[in-house]
Design a protein around this ligand. Structure first.
Ligand code: ATP
Length: 332
């Protein structure tokens, strides 16, 4: 059994995470959940947005499985996601984006991986009012973090036999910050002759992605571009219900869906749990529980290939429960 720190999250979080926990168990995963609340759920119980016992647990287990957590809007609340990523130096955000069978989408044969720098850029949260009516928001880029994420991307590409890394930037305008990010990536690329290297300006990259996404393989982006382009890429293959991500540091890893808490559909039983299930599969691979990961993946693909129990967001008629039952039936 492997201890895993668990946060079901809020909005659709509890629905999709609970569904995934059932599926993980049926796939034969050896996990022992240690559960905590965070965000709105924690605040409504009079606790801190990010309770200290959750942090202690994650420090100890090294692995966190997390549903979407809403950070209350207003002064004094900093984002739970940003805080977790920063505190545990989860510097790499890895998001594979690929087509699933029977999902209506604009493109076939999309198979790309987003590598997003998770700790710097505009997410450093350094904003201040200079004088009334004028604010400044600081975009931070360091050689250390830019080189670290570039190395991560190239190591990942080499290990998984990926052919090309495309660094996405706006170095023509942001000459210092994006210039540094691009230069570090270029320097790292020299040590990986087996992986092709290209760079594309972010606005052009967005157009290229929506016209011909198959030309891309691994995308390397700083924090904000990574956030925006992730949602765009999810849209290429059928939406936010399908794309998961790993947040990886030297000693800690956190797995979650790319989507947020989707309050518009929370409690209706219609959320698609696929993204969180794929996050579960990624976690199993990280924990080297490969057999369970393969079983989970096989069951998910079989349900999509069958196409009879898909959720509304991908063109089906099933709710969360019916979809989950279909996955479970292929695991039992
Ligand atoms: P955040 O800012 O926290 O990332 P967001 O504003 O981007 O959140 P999401 O919560 O990610 O919004 O959801 C955007 C929309 O996508 C939702 O309104 C919902 O309709 C749809 N959506 C997101 N996740 C799912 C899902 N798992 N199943 C079905 N629809 C989803």
């Amino acid at each position: 059994m492997r201890d895993v720190t668990l946060v079901r999250g809020d909005g659709i979080g509890p629905e999709v995470v609970t569904a995934t926990m059932q599926v993980l168990e049926a796939a034969g995963a050896k996990l022992h959940w240690i559960e905590f609340k965070a965000g709105l759920n924690a605040v409504s119980e009079g606790k801190a947005v990010l309770p200290p016992d959750l942090l202690e647990s994650f420090e100890h287990t090294g692995v966190c499985f997390k549903g979407p957590v809403t950070t209350p809007v207003g002064a004094g609340f900093s984002s739970v996601n940003v805080a977790l990523r920063r505190r545990f130096e989860l510097f790499a955000n890895l998001r594979p984006v690929y087509n699933l069978p029977n999902v209506r989408s604009r493109f076939d044969n999309v198979d790309l991986v987003i590598v997003r720098e998770n700790t710097e850029g505009l997410y450093s949260g350094l904003e201040h009012e200079v004088v009334p009516g004028v604010v400044e928001s600081l975009k931070i880029a360091t050689e250390k973090a830019s080189t670290r994420i570039a190395k991560f991307a190239f190591d990942y590409a080499s290990r998984l036999g990926r052919r090309k890394i495309n660094v996405i930037h706006k170095a023509n305008i942001l000459k210092l910050s994006d210039g540094l990010f691009l230069r570090c990536a270029r320097d790292v690329a020299r040590n990986y002759p087996g992986v092709q290297f290209a760079d594309t300006i972010v606005d052009n990259a967005c157009m290229q992605l929506v016209m011909n996404p198959q030309q891309f393989d691994v995308l390397l982006l700083e924090n904000l571009y990574g956030d925006i382009v992730s949602d765009l890429c999810a849209g290429l293959v059928g939406g936010l219900g399908l794309v998961a991500g790993a947040n990886l540091g030297e000693r800690h890893a956190m797995f979650e869906a790319v989507h947020g808490s989707a309050p518009d559909i929370a409690g209706k039983g219609i959320a698609n749990p696929t993204a969180v299930m794929i996050a579960g599969e990624m976690m199993l691979r990280h924990l080297e529980q490969r057999e369970a990961a393969d079983r989970l993946r096989g069951a998910l693909l079989a349900v999509y290939a069958d196409g009879q129990h898909l959720t509304g967001d991908v063109g089906g008629k099933a709710g969360t429960e019916e979809f989950t039952k279909a996955v479970l039936s292929r695991l039992r």
